[in-house]
Design a protein around this ligand. Structure first.
Ligand code: 16G
Length: 240
């Protein structure tokens, strides 16, 4: 099954073998793959080698481990286009997934200077600071920390934040969402966020910072989103 004389390392060959069996549907989503001991015997390699293959497949999001239970096949990543200004709720519904939120922070405050400047706020003008954990089919996908000028959404409340923020904003006839600027970077998850996202330390995350504007040019939100790197893939179309 494995070629011991190949220049391709054994752990890579095991990864390829497992990937193929997953692609062929032998192990479906959520199914357990054979244990490390079984794989060690099957391939005639050391446990270290098997562990390396499984760690790599888990890091790339194809498998996930559960302490004391085993290793399972993960659901495919969400493919998120970077072209449209859509909301989390819209994105998940478009994929046939059920979105839900847990509101872990909601307060009114005077923001730091850089946030105030980006939101074009004068001295002493307040923002709502909202922190939500966002789920798809009850699995944590992302954490969003959002700043919104109180003067634009004075009636923002917990009920609205348990649903879609964008549909709450768009119900207001004065406000039409226009465009946004965003930047993306990779990082390692912090201890606190690893608990919210239910991932191990260390794990990779993707961070998106977005500033969104109404069609009248006013900035209405600054969002710092932390996405599980094992659940998301971002796509963009590029032309020449
Ligand atoms: C998306 C947006 C976020 C927006 C949220 C509204 C990114 C990076 N972020 O997650 O800016 O606040 O959707 O979602 O795409 P909602 O309408 O479902 O509350």
């Amino acid at each position: 099954m494995l070629d011991k004389h190949s220049p391709v390392p054994m752990y890579v060959q095991i990864e390829e073998h497992l990937k193929l069996r997953i692609q062929q549907g032998e192990f479906s989503i959520g199914a357990a793959i054979p244990s490390e001991r079984e794989l060690t015997e099957m391939f005639g390699v050391s446990r270290m080698t098997v562990r390396q293959s499984i760690t790599n497949l888990a890091n790339s999001g194809l498998l996930y481990r559960e302490k004391g239970r085993g290793t399972f096949v993960a659901a495919p990543k969400v493919e998120q286009p970077l072209s449209g200004l859509t909301s989390f709720t819209e994105d998940m519904l478009a994929r046939g997934l059920t979105p839900s939120n847990v509101l872990v922070g909601f307060e009114k405050m005077i923001p730091e200077l850089d946030i105030a400047q980006k939101l074009k706020l004068g001295e002493g003008e307040e923002v709502f600071l909202v922190k939500r954990i966002r789920y798809a089919d009850e699995k944590p996908m992302a954490i969003e920390k959002t700043y919104l000028p109180v003067k634009l959404v004075p009636k923002l409340n917990k009920d609205a934040l348990n649903g879609s923020l964008y549909s709450f904003i768009e119900k207001d006839k004065q406000m039409t969402i226009g465009h946004a600027m965003q930047r993306m970077e990779a990082a390692l998850v912090t201890k606190e966020d690893s608990n919210f996202l239910q991932i191990n330390m260390p794990s990779a995350i993707l961070i998106i910072e977005r500033i969104s504007y109404l069609t009248n040019g006013l900035p209405f939100e600054i969002v710092h989103s932390t996405y599980r790197a094992d659940r998301y893939q971002f796509l963009s179309e590029i032309r020449r």
